[in-house]
Design a protein. Structure first.
Length: 386
């Protein structure tokens, strides 16, 4: 098969890129081994994402947003972040002049909506249930070998195959990795008290605990904890885990009841040395991983997809969509955003991971200070909203 663009990896970033390329007139193939999970009939998906305004507008333009199950989306209208003394900082959509600070969407909801949009897309070949097993780059095209024995020739290959990307290694692109020694433990709960569309986050000596609102009185937890503590959380029974979360969150939402099994994700910071090489572009988690404490990994990935689609749409008289000049334009357009987000999430991680008394005083004082300065808060909200 011959196409202009072959995207390897149909996760949220690869899938949305395929959709964003629809108006460019380019022929596209999307290779993804997994079939999208159905939405759970009861309860919620274990994986949920906090998406900012940029991501929402991008999904709207891609006509994916319109296909999400609306009753499964939860708005975040308030955000409360607590230090490990009584310090806190609060953000409000109302006071920021916006309808919501973020939206919480289940991964299965997003993948189902993507799949239904993509299956109707002209100029797109969906290769689901198939894996890319090797790749070769020549001067005028790249060749991908697939697990069904077939091959794809493409002017441009996009690696969207996730943090452990085989394509990135095949292309010889190095990575800088910093292991955090932490695991992100996720689970969903029913809460006794209404969350009132509020996202909570506690910076504790036992890690960073976030409770994100889900429809009804439900919340989704992300507890970024040192590996040993994460093992305790994962080994706990449903009742024990609910009790641990209740205690760590000072009973803010009353009694909690587990409604899903817990799962753990090792956390690390990763940055690919380059976003491009001849006839290859990296997007999403293939290009960068950031700490989930700011909930920005997928937001960054959507911004990559949007940037690459914009460069390819504006290619003008350039007939080769894998041309180095286009790829360089894409890489340049992402540099500042990626650096800024890494610096913010890493800075927060360093500040809040330390138990040195001086550092604890500094961060708690910082939260109180920032909470009193309205322009600073507005700036933080603007940055988070995208
Ligand atoms: C605990 C936790 C909480 C998070 N919360 C948030 C949040 O609130 N907001 C946010 O913005 N981000 C969040 N993130 C980050 C977010 O999960 C990732 O940034 C996002 O999933 C990346 O999407 P992706 O499409 O780049 O990669 P992936 O979702 O990893 O998709 C990669 C795809 O490639 C496919 N693939 C792999 N190998 C091959 C192959 N050989 N051939 C073909 N296909 C292949 C895989 O099957 C997969 O579907 C969180 C992360 C963690 C760990």
């Amino acid at each position: 098969m011959n196409v202009d663009v072959a995207i390897v990896g149909g996760g949220p970033v690869g899938g949305s890129l395929a959709r964003a390329l629809a108006p460019t007139g380019l022929s596209v193939a999307l290779v993804e081994p997994k079939v999208p999970r159905p939405l759970p009939a009861t309860g919620f998906d274990q994986r949920v994402y906090a998406l900012n305004g940029h991501s929402r507008r991008f999904l709207e333009r891609c006509e994916v947003w319109q296909r999400l199950s609306p009753q499964r989306i939860a708005p975040v209208r308030e955000m409360r972040v607590f230090g490990d003394d009584a310090s806190k900082i609060e953000f409000s959509a109302y006071r920021s002049g916006v309808s919501e600070l973020a939206v919480i969407v289940e991964e299965a909801n997003l993948q189902q909506a993507l799949q239904s949009t993509l299956s109707a897309q002209a100029n797109l070949t969906l290769l689901t249930g198939i894996e890319c097993v090797s790749a070769r780059w020549d001067e005028s095209f790249a060749t991908l070998s697939l697990s069904d024995g077939k091959q794809i020739e493409a002017r441009l290959v996009v690696a969207a195959d996730g943090a452990e990307s085989a394509l990135r290694s095949l292309a010889g692109i190095a990575t800088r990795i910093q292991e955090y020694g932490q695991t992100g433990v996720v689970a969903n709960f029913r809460a006794e008290r209404a969350h009132r569309d509020t996202a909570y986050q506690w910076f504790l000596s036992k890690g960073v605990l976030a409770l994100l609102p889900l429809p009804g009185n439900h919340v989704s937890m992300v507890w970024s904890a040192a590996d040993a503590h994460a093992q305790d959380l994962l080994a706990a029974t449903a009742e024990e885990l609910a009790k641990m979360v209740e205690q760590a969150s000072s009973g803010t939402l009353g009694r909690l009841q587990s409604i899903s099994a817990a799962a753990g994700f090792p956390l690390r910071r990763m940055r690919a040395a380059r976003l491009i090489s001849p006839r290859l572009a990296l997007v999403g988690d293939t290009a960068h991983n950031v700490h989930p404490l700011a909930g920005q990994g997928l937001n960054l990935g959507f911004a990559d997809a949007q940037a690459l689609a914009a460069v390819l749409a504006a290619r003008g008289l350039e007939s080769d969509c894998g041309a180095v000049s286009l790829l360089r334009r894409f890489e340049r357009s992402r540099g500042e955003d990626l650096l800024a987000m890494e610096a913010v999430t890493d800075g927060l991680h360093v500040l809040f991971d330390s138990n040195l008394p001086g550092m604890r005083r500094l961060r708690n004082a910082g939260l109180r200070f920032a909470n009193r300065i309205s322009p600073l808060k507005r700036l933080l909200v603007k940055r988070a909203l995208g």
